[in-house]
Design a protein around this ligand. Structure first.
Ligand SMILES: NC(=O)c1ccc[n+]([C@@H]2O[C@H](COP(=O)([O-])OP(=O)(O)OC[C@H]3O[C@@H](n4cnc5c(N)ncnc54)[C@H](OP(=O)(O)O)[C@@H]3O)[C@@H](O)[C@H]2O)c1
Length: 262
């Protein structure tokens, strides 16, 4: 592993910074994933719904970094909820990735209108127990939906991947996760790279530490105790997003960033 810190995840550890891969496609996508891994990324976030599981896997192979040093996440699509449907869908993801074992498999959305996420969860427990998945989790789930998984199957997710960034700190959900021992993973941690880049409070704190606005907002996320998966197609921005462990925000700086309403 690199020197990126990790958090406990089920019986394993998860790096606190990973690469979001939505939109990384075709030969360029393979190269972008391989470049990110060579720069130090060890956690990769894809989904069947992104249509790039094969590219992510090819990037992993092309990077030259041993498979066992990498942790890949993929996700069950919304159209595949149900017990048998989940087993078949996982077969497709596993074939696209070309991997014997998927490190982390998530239900992408709870789809309450479909009402079958517990069936999917039961299938995922089976796949995990068969050794085809190392850890299972969810994405975009509420505490009530997670409670239902626990009540009906006795199994909590190892992780919940949710939208979390400056202006959306998910405080109540994070407290719930902490009580239950669930890892909080932040998607869109840069808020799509827009308004935060121009915010004067973020700019002042960035200047004080001699870092970029992106590094300040990712650091804020990490100090809340979350895992972040920023996406970038650019090698320089990928490297900058990874270099967020060499400085620390003060309590006052954390509070000033948390107070921003963008
Ligand atoms: N579970 C879910 O439902 C869900 C939903 C959304 C996203 N996700 C996951 O979370 C990942 C990240 O979320 P996201 O892609 O929505 O948003 P994000 O990571 O917050 O922002 C990505 C945008 O920021 C730009 N960017 C990245 N680094 C930058 C930097 N250092 N300076 C300036 N701009 C920068 C990128 O452009 P460039 O490429 O040009 O650098 C891209 O346009 C996704 O790729 C996906 O894996 C999951």
């Amino acid at each position: 592993m690199t020197d990126i810190p990790t958090l406990p995840l089920a019986h394993d550890r998860i790096p606190v910074v990973g690469l979001g891969t939505y939109g990384l496609f075709k030969e360029r996508g393979v190269e972008q994933v391989a470049t990110a891994i060579r720069a130090g990324y060890r956690l990769l976030d894809t989904a069947q719904g992104y249509g790039n599981e094969a590219e992510v896997a090819a990037g992993m192979r092309e990077s030259g970094v041993p498979r066992e040093e990498l942790l890949v996440t993929t996700k069950l699509p919304n159209d595949d909820h149900g017990y048998d449907e989940t087993l078949a869908s996982f077969d497709r993801s596993q074939a696209a990735l070309g991997l014997d074992v998927v490190d982390l498999y998530l239900i992408h959305w709870p789809m309450p209108e479909v009402g079958r996420f517990v069936e999917s969860w039961t299938a995922m427990i089976r796949l995990r127990d068969e050794g085809r998945i190392r850890a299972i989790g969810v994405s975009n789930f509420s505490p009530e939906q997670i409670d239902r998984l626990e009540r009906e199957t006795g199994e909590l997710p190892a992780l919940n991947q949710v939208e979390l960034h400056v202006g959306l700190d998910q405080a109540a959900l994070r407290r719930y996760h902490e009580d239950k021992g669930i890892v909080t993973e932040s998607y869109s941690p840069l808020k799509h790279g827009s308004a935060l880049a121009k915010d004067p409070v973020v700019a002042r704190i960035a200047a004080a530490h001699g870092v970029g606005w992106n590094q300040v907002v990712l650091r804020w996320n990490l100090q809340l105790g979350t895992v972040v998966i920023p996406r970038s197609t650019d090698p320089g921005r990928q490297a900058s997003n990874l270099a967020v462990t060499g400085f620390e925000l003060t309590d006052d700086e954390m509070a000033a960033i948390s107070a921003l309403r963008l």
